[in-house]
Ligand binder design. Structure first.
Ligand SMILES: [Fe+2]
Length: 260
């Protein structure tokens, strides 16, 4: 029975978040934790809450093996060709088929085939196809083509994230939530053997509000006129979860929240 450890990191916010992982820090952390693969949610890693070719390249350079996304991934047209040409950078799979890029990928982890699926929640978010049905269809289409599967559900509602995890329990190795930027204290292995955490948290500055300068958010709540979200600076940290997966069953034996 071979076990692999996969580290998943929550939404990287702005240059602060990217820089925090760069310069060998993520690679050192990966070694310290014994992780053989790293999945990073990168949808906020570029200026203006988006993914850009530069921010994606910087995350791969820092040590990410797969970059997942969310509601901001397709915000900037500059990233469309990049997504079409880099299959380890994915966007939510429940976008219409004509959208650029792909919603899942199969990464190599020491010879094991790791299917990573990215989904967007539909509660309080864009009205896309059901993440539940899209997950079913991807799993069915790729049956026999992977050893382990992890799902990034980028969603607002905690209920939708937990419900998807219970829906997929026993069928995938792990389901982790992203988007709300605050790490939740519920990392666990569900009854059927699927590792789970409602939200990984974020990677970036903790000095503001969810990675954005406090003044911008105070303006938004008090004046209610549009405001440019300037990224917060300083006091950076990375939050995520480490999943230990049994390659013979594809299921999870341990799920722990990590921060560094
Ligand atoms: Fe998001």
């Amino acid at each position: 029975m071979a076990k692999i450890k996969i580290l998943a990191l929550g939404d990287v916010v702005g240059a602060c978040g990217v820089q925090y992982l760069s310069g060998g820090k993520l690679r050192r952390m990966r070694d310290t934790l014994g992780a053989q693969m790293v999945i990073v949610n990168g949808e906020n890693s570029a200026v203006g809450n988006a993914l850009s070719p530069d921010s994606a390249e910087a995350l791969f350079e820092a040590g990410a093996d797969v970059i997942t996304g969310g509601n901001h991934t397709l915000k900037k047209k500059q990233v469309y060709d990049y997504l079409d040409n880099h299959n380890m950078a994915i966007r939510p799979a429940n976008y219409p088929a004509d959208a650029p890029g792909d919603g899942y990928c199969i990464a190599d982890c020491m010879g094991w085939r790791v299917l990573v699926i990215n989904l967007l929640g539909t509660t309080f978010m864009d009205s896309l196809d059901s993440p539940f049905k899209v997950a079913d269809s991807i799993l069915q289409r790729n049956a026999g083509r992977y050893d382990v599967c992890l799902v990034d559900i980028h969603a607002e509602a905690t209920s939708e994230k937990l419900c998807l995890a219970r829906y997929l329990d026993g069928r995938v190795g792990a389901v982790f939530g992203t988007h709300t930027h605050v790490q939740t204290a519920d990392a666990c292995v569900l009854k059927g053997g699927t590792g789970y955490i409602t939200d990984l948290g974020m990677t970036g500055s903790g000095a503001g509000v969810l990675g954005v300068k406090t003044e911008c958010i105070i303006h938004k709540f008090t004046v209610r006129t549009p405001v440019y979200f300037e990224p917060a600076e300083g006091e950076a940290a990375a939050h995520g979860a480490l999943f230990t997966l049994d390659t013979s069953t594809g299921l999870c034996t341990e799920a722990v929240a990590v921060s560094f």
